[in-house]
Design a protein. Sequence first.
Length: 148
Amino acid sequence: MESYEKLLNYEVLVSKFEYWPSFHDAEIIWFKGDRNIEGKGENYGAIFECVIHVFEMTNQVDAGGYYILKNHYLVHFKFKIIYDWEFDGFNLQNAILGLTIYPVNNEHLQCECLKIEFDPANGLGGEFKCVSGEVVSVVPCNSDGIKI
């Protein structure tokens, strides 16, 4: 099992590309940390949400010599019961080299958790651990990351 398969609804994103994208050169459009005051129980604990503009790079180049990009989507992620949060560098452009998901054990919670890493290219980068995550939505957008 791949680590991304631990995310609820990961299939929605895989269905758009026919594989799990690397998120290379993707851009974090927005993010939100919330202490999640929804209540106790399954939803108790801090949450992290973000929307990332992801696309597919082809091996074709345009007249200017740039790779042609296709399949532009805004991917909304939500991670629950986050801990060990470390982020830095949010600015006008938040391109990442990739998004990586690792399984990690949490002895205190006595469960297998996830470690999420955003490898920064320019702007926001960092990592955190969480108990669970999900792909909330995958919606088409234009090449500027604007919903269509």
